[in-house]
Ligand binder design. Sequence first.
Ligand code: NAI
Ligand code: MG
Length: 352
Amino acid sequence: MKVYRIASIPGDGIGVDVTVEARKVLDRAAERHGFGLEWTEFDWSCELYARTGAMMPTDGIEKLSGFDGILLGAVGYPGVPDHVSLWGLLIPLRRAFAQYVNLRPVRLLPGVASPLADRTADELEMVIVRENSEGEYSAIGGRHNAGQPDEFVMQESVFTRVGVERIIRYAFELATSRSGRVCSATKSNGLIHSMPFWDEIFAEVAAEYPSVDSEQCHVDALAARMVQQPERLDVIVGSNLFGDILSDLAAAVTGGLGLAPSGNVNPPSDHPSMFEAVHGSAPDIAGQGIANPVAQVLAGAMMLEHLGETDAAQAIDQAVSDVVAERSVVTPDLGGSATTSALGSEIATALG
Ligand code: NAI
Ligand code: MG
């Protein structure tokens, strides 16, 4: 029997609540589909930071490097600045493991109401391909003349030819297996160096895929289009910042953050990929047992798909759709009154 070694990092807040449920569902799927999951849990979090001054140990990357996959809850908690939690754990892992694709598929599940009136599921099926290793999320810059009247900060962006080309190529490859449409998020009217460079590489790659219907759109207009004409969108490729913002919007129009999964993918699989919900640690509802575990369960299904366990991944997607459509056991964000754990168990049971 094939056994996969999986690292689990529940993190903070509802990250902990939803990761327990995802493990429950994944273990059931493994049992049903004839493979094993050997879990190792790491307590890396803001709580650890409060105790030790670090989000993870100095050899954290090394510790994770031998795993087949990583399931991450969420990190961030009031009292620890968000840039500390993000740069102390998530960003170093994404970069050390060359997880240069952040893949964020969204779809409208049966029985879930979109805030957009009268939209059907096939009009609201999209995937955001977000660049995940460079771009606007850069540590280059600094604060100068602190506390003086002439105080200023500089925040640099980094766009490399290799980095931009590989993410755009990934989006085109993905489009060939989906609708055959790619839209690139740009802002080359305002950002006069980085975005014209991005657009130029987009055009070069597009020329290699004549069968894919490609276009570029300024990110502000694209945000409006996602609300007004979502049926025109399928694969959307964007820089680190643009992709981050658009994916929360895409999650919102398809029923909320409680349903949206994501994968930090290292396409050649020379390093472990890491899967997590799009949402954060939601301190406003943490510890209340009301967080929706579906996003994290679907992130787990993406991990199984990445590991090649396609049948198990599809079975989980189907179980989630069935349980959510049935509506008798759903969490408050979907209009129900079930707990996080009740919904997790219901999905596990639906796997048979
Ligand atoms: P958030 O995604 O945690 O919450 C936004 C809103 O959506 C909240 O009202 C929350 O209650 C609701 N929500 C989110 N997930 C839900 C779920 N599964 N079920 C029901 N409702 C849900 O974003 P926010 O509040 O901006 O950030 C909170 C913390 O999370 C911050 O410290 C932030 O830095 C961190 N964060 C971490 C991420 C990560 O680890 N990848 C990603 C995003 C934020
Ligand atoms: Mg985000």
